[in-house]
Design a protein around this ligand. Structure first.
Ligand code: FAD
Length: 326
C-alpha cells in the first residue's frame, strides 16, 4: 500500500491551491529525487502533487533571451541546438547528468529545487546570469538564481511556491561558456567538483579573430597557447566563474572574476585566477573527495573551463578541447 494520495493538477494555480490546503504534501516533477527519498523512507508525505500535467511548466522559448520552464527535462535541453551553441555550459551539464533514462524524465526545476550542492545545472545557471520566476499564493516574484539557494536542501521557496521558469539574457558571438564536471567515472556519477565559466572576449590586433582560430588549430601545449593569446591581445571583457560541491551552496568565485575582468589573458594571470578561486572555496571532506583535493582541482578546472569557453567563441562548431593538453 502506497500510503499517500496522488494528485495531477492541470494548472499552476490549482497546484498551489492544493499544496497550501493540504497538511503534509510534496510536489513531484520527474520524481528522480523524490522517489529515492520515498523508497529510503526519508520522507513520508500524505499527499503527492504531480507537476507533470502542467503544460505551462514545460517549454523552451527564445525571445529576448532564453526561457526554460522548470518542468523541462534535461534531455529536451540537451537536444536544443540554440542552447548547445549559445548557452553551452547548460548543454554540457544536461548532456552528462545521470543516464539517458534519468535525463528523459528528470527536470531542470527538480534539480534546482532539490538544492543539492552537487546539482549539475546550478553552476551553469549561475554563470549564465539566470533569473528565476517563482509562482506563489500571492502572485509571481523574480529573483536571481544566486539568491535561490539557502543551504543543502534549502531554498527560498515558501509553502505552495512553484519554481516556474528560468530566464537568461542574450549573449553575443564574442561570449562562450562551458561546464566541467569532475567525476571518478565517465557516466552516472555525481561531481567531485563542478566548474562553469562564461567569458566575453575582444581581440586587439588586426585580424585577431582569424589568427586565433589558426593558433587553436596548431597548439602544442597550453603555455604556448596562452603566450599566443597574450601576443594577440586577447582581452577578457566579462567573466563569470561558478563552482559546485566546494561550499554548502553552489557559489560564484567573485574575487577571481574581478581579477580577470578587463585584463589581457596571460599565463601568469591564468595561474593567479586558479589560486584566487581555490582560496574563495570552502570545500570539505566527503566520500567523493577530500577538501585538499577539491581545492587543487579547482585551480585546474577553472583554467580548463575558461579555455574551453574561449575555444567555443573562436571555433563554435569544433570540439578542440585545448585543456586536454594538460
Ligand atoms: C540514478 C540517478 C542519477 C542521478 N545523477 C545525477 C547527476 O549526475 N547530476 C545531478 O545533478 N543529479 C543527478 N541525479 C538527481 C536527479 O536526477 C536530479 O536532481 C533531477 O534533475 C531532479 O529532477 P526531478 O524532476 O526528477 O525532481 P523531483 O524528484 O520530482 O523533485 C525534486 C525536488 O524538487 C521539488 N520540485 C520539483 N519541481 C519543482 C517546481 N517546479 N517547483 C517547486 N518544487 C519543485 C520536489 O518537490 C522535490 O523536493 C540523479 C538521480 C538518480 C536517481
Amino acid at each position: 500500500m502506497r500510503g499517500y494520495e496522488y494528485y495531477k493538477p492541470g494548472t499552476i494555480e490549482e497546484a498551489i491551491r492544493l499544496m497550501t490546503s493540504l497538511e503534509d504534501a510534496q510536489y513531484i516533477a520527474g520524481g528522480t529525487d523524490v522517489l529515492v527519498l520515498l523508497r529510503q523512507k526519508k520522507i513520508k508525505p500524505g499527499h503527492i502533487i504531480s507537476l507533470r500535467n502542467i503544460k505551462d511548466l514545460a517549454f523552451i522559448a527564445h525571445h529576448n533571451g532564453l526561457h526554460i520552464g522548470s518542468g523541462t527535462t534535461h534531455a529536451e535541453i540537451e537536444r536544443n541546438e540554440i542552447i548547445r551553441r549559445n548557452y553551452s555550459a547548460l548543454h554540457d551539464a544536461t548532456s552528462n547528468l545521470g543516464s539517458v533514462q534519468i535525463r528523459n524524465v528528470a527536470t531542470i526545476g527538480g534539480n534546482i529545487c532539490n538544492a543539492a550542492p552537487s546539482a549539475d545545472t546550478a553552476c551553469p545557471l549561475l554563470v549564465l546570469d539566470a533569473g528565476v520566476t517563482i509562482a506563489g499564493l500571492e502572485g509571481e516574484r523574480k529573483i536571481p538564481v544566486d539568491e535561490f539557494f539557502l543551504g543543502p536542501g534549502k531554498t527560498v521557496l515558501r509553502k505552495g511556491d512553484i519554481l516556474k521558469e528560468f530566464v537568461m539574457p542574450l549573449f553575443g558571438p564574442t561570449t562562450g561558456s562551458s561546464y566541467i564536471k569532475h567525476t571518478r567515472r565517465q557516466a552516472m556519477d555525481l561531481p567531485i567538483i563542478g566548474v562553469a565559466t562564461r567569458i566575453t572576449i575582444s581581440i586587439g590586433k588586426n585580424g585577431g579573430e582569424l589568427r586565433c582560430r589558426d593558433i587553436l588549430c596548431t597548439i602544442e601545449d597550453v603555455s604556448n597557447l596562452l603566450a599566443r593569446f597574450e601576443d594577440e591581445e586577447l582581452r577578457c571583457e566579462d567573466i563569470r566563474i561558478a563552482m559546485g560541491v566546494v561550499a554548502p551552496i553552489p557559489m560564484r568565485a567573485k574575487e577571481a572574476e574581478a581579477a580577470l575582468k578587463g585584463k589581457i589573458i596571460s599565463e601568469k594571470l591564468f595561474e593567479e585566477i586558479g589560486e584566487i578561486a581555490a582560496n574563495e572555496a570552502a570545500p570539505r571532506d566527503s566520500v567523493r573527495g577530500e577538501a585538499w583535493y577539491r581545492r587543487e582541482m579547482i585551480k585546474v578546472l577553472v583554467k580548463r573551463s575558461i579555455l574551453r569557453s574561449i575555444d567555443r567563441i573562436i571555433r563554435p562548431d569544433d570540439m578542440v578541447y585545448p585543456e586536454r593538453l594538460w
